[in-house]
Design a protein around this ligand. Structure first.
Ligand code: GLC
Ligand code: CA
Length: 585
């Protein structure tokens, strides 16, 4: 398949063009470049590594990849801290490598999107180096600077009491000019000042540069945070030194002006897709502001609602983890029904900021590892919205066992670890508990085979590999027709090529068995044909009453069994199906 085939324009029966877009029909795959595949054996994943694995991605069947940042960076946050938006970091390769990657991907009918990081730069970016020099530097206003406040005793304090996402406050003091700069992530990631038109122009240039190089769109990082509230203290009650009042810099009205500007000046004129990261607490109404087509901002957004539907914030360690199916259903239903017909959706289980889904919600180390991974896939990938697999999910990769702080790489985890230890928390207990949510779970090396370093590198790898690579790896799963990998391939094929394709992509969504606390079930309907998705998402058997439909065809299942939906059923742990049904009239 080449680009011409995936660029087709869609006409409806009456000859008018409908609003189908390639990205509505795409199946995405997210690549955390650093951990994916190391082609030159220096221990770090790279662009050439991705190019070398394109045949694997074609074999899997995906036709869209999102590559995490490979810009020149000091790697405080593994590349989300950009030092030069126009350069490839040398650990990842060269601009030429990137061009080859895009060309080779396109030859295979695989589109490529990359991270566009608008909210901040690295403190080593030339703009910031200038900005911090003096109050009248031409770049001063590219960032957000405020003078200190002083308490009654004359102690210097931050301009506001707001917390940062990565621990500590969201301001960093800079001696050179005796002012604080804002940083809602790490102190090496100063926030850009989007009120400044020059900043806006710079980012338009950056986006167009990559689009002109052939990328098919962007995942816009941290897009919810571009606008900031007036700088006054939060009075939200808190036990912490700084107040985690994310509303002070999330989903504020002003940012929609910025995004409308970006759509008009940077994105128009290209056949691209733009997906924004709009996490934590966003409402459907917020999402519509970003992604309803008439708003002319983004094409879709990633929300985080389904990411924390278990007890991972309170569990002592992984043995206590337990999925909350009713909560999860409520979250999926919120987005599937809330956006239907109004805006497009993006669906995914995890990304590079989340734990591995089989550990989080499935049976990661028990006998039901494979079946739970498959059931989770069934539950997600038959909803509407552009799907994204996160690398390694397709083989059922799990959270590693972290032993000490030396096993962690993530700046956010490390910052918070030391803050907690200073406050008297027991290090071992902290690690057992905080590892349930750490971003490092998703960043261990991709498990390609059972050889040295899981086939990721022949050099010394930058990060841990999960010890289970000897049994959970791509090579062995290619050979096993019943593997998770082959199950994912079936799903992708059904979703992109089978006669059920339109039902899955465009059909309506209705949650059924609403009150059931183990079963997630929904109907998809399109032009008189229907799919029923029925999943037991728990480790226990579940009873389901007979359903008022006629079974037409079993499309997919996690178990090799006949199912009769017209009598009371007992679904075994993680037994899950996709069934074509007729509704009784
Ligand atoms: C987003 C990214 C995350 C990064 C942060 C700051 O949340 O997904 O990995 O640390 O933005 O760029
Ligand atoms: Ca490398």
């Amino acid at each position: 398949m080449d680009m011409a085939n995936i660029c087709h324009i869609y006409f409806q029966e009456d000859g008018t063009m409908n609003n189908n877009k390639w990205w509505k029909e795409a199946f995405g795959y997210q690549i955390y470049i650093r951990s994916f595949y190391d082609a030159n054996n220096d221990g770090i994943g790279d662009l050439q590594g991705i190019t070398e694995k394109l045949p694997y991605l074609s074999y899997l069947g995906v036709n869209l990849i999102w590559i995490c940042p490979f810009y020149k960076s000091p790697m405080d946050d593994n590349g989300y801290d950009v030092m030069d938006f126009y350069a490839v970091d040398k650990t990842y390769g060269t601009l030429e490598d990137f061009k080859v990657l895009v060309e080779e991907a396109h030859k295979r009918g695989i589109r490529v999107i990359i991270d566009l990081i608008l909210n901040h730069t690295s403190d080593e970016h030339s703009w910031f180096i200038e900005s911090r020099k003096s109050k009248d530097n031409p770049y001063r206003d590219y960032y957000i600077w405020r003078p200190p406040r002083y308490d009654e005793l004359g102690n210097r304090k931050e301009p506001t009491n707001w917390a940062s996402f990565f621990g500590g406050g969201c301001w960093e003091y800079d001696e050179q000019t005796d002012e604080y700069y804002m940083k809602i992530f790490s102190k090496k990631m100063p926030d850009l000042n989007w009120d400044n038109h020059q900043v806006q122009e710079e980012m338009v240039k950056v986006a167009k540069y990559w689009l002109d190089l052939g990328v098919d769109g962007f995942r816009v990082d941290a897009v919810a945070h571009l606008a900031k509230a007036p700088f006054v203290d939060s009075d939200m009650p808190t036990n912490y030194r700084y107040t985690p009042d994310w509303g002070r810099f999330s989903n504020l009205p002003k940012l929609h002006e910025y995004l409308k500007m970006m759509r008009k000046k940077a994105f128009s004129g290209y056949d691209l897709m733009v997906v924004g990261e709009v996490g934590g607490g966003a409402l459907v109404e917020d999402a519509l502001k970003y992604s309803a087509p008439e708003e002319e901002e983004l094409d879709m957004v990633f929300n985080f609602d389904h990411n924390w539907c278990n007890n991972s914030w309170s569990a002592k360690d992984r043995t206590e983890l337990k999925i909350n199916v009713p909560h999860l259903k409520e979250m999926f239903d919120k987005w599937q029904t809330g956006l239907f017909g109004k805006a497009w959706n993006a669906i995914y289980w995890l990304n590079h900021d989340q734990p591995r889904v089989v550990t989080h919600y499935g049976d990661d180390e028990g006998p039901l590892h494979d079946r739970s991974a498959k059931a989770l896939a069934v539950a997600l990938y038959f909803m509407w919205g552009t799907p994204f697999i996160y690398n390694g999910e397709e083989i059922g990769m799990t959270n590693p066992h972290f032993k000490s702080i030396a096993d962690f790489q993530d700046v956010s985890f490390i910052t918070q670890y030391y803050l907690n230890i200073q406050n008297g928390t027991d290090p071992e207990a902290y690690i057992a508990h905080a590892s349930l949510s750490t971003r490092d779970n998703a960043r261990t090396l991709m498990q390609w085979n059972d050889g040295l370093h899981g086939g990721f590198t022949k050099g010394t790898p930058w990060n841990l590999i999960n010890e289970n690579y000897r049994t959970i790896n791509v090579e062995s799963q290619i050979k096993d027709p019943n593997s998770i990998l082959n199950f994912y391939r079936k799903i992708i094929e059904i979703r992109t090529k089978s006669p059920f394709r339109n039902i899955i992509i465009y059909g309506s969504y209705e949650l059924i068995e609403k009150e059931h606390n183990q079963i997630y079930a929904y109907l998809r309907r399109f032009e008189g044909r229907n799919l029923l998705v029925l999943c037991n998402l728990t480790k226990e058997a579940a009873t389901v009453d007979k359903l008022p439909y006629t079974l037409e065809e079993r499309v997919l299942g996690t178990m090799d069994k006949q199912i009769n939906i017209n009598k009371k059923m007992v679904l075994e742990p993680y037994e899950a199906y996709v069934l074509e049904i007729k509704e009784e009239i």
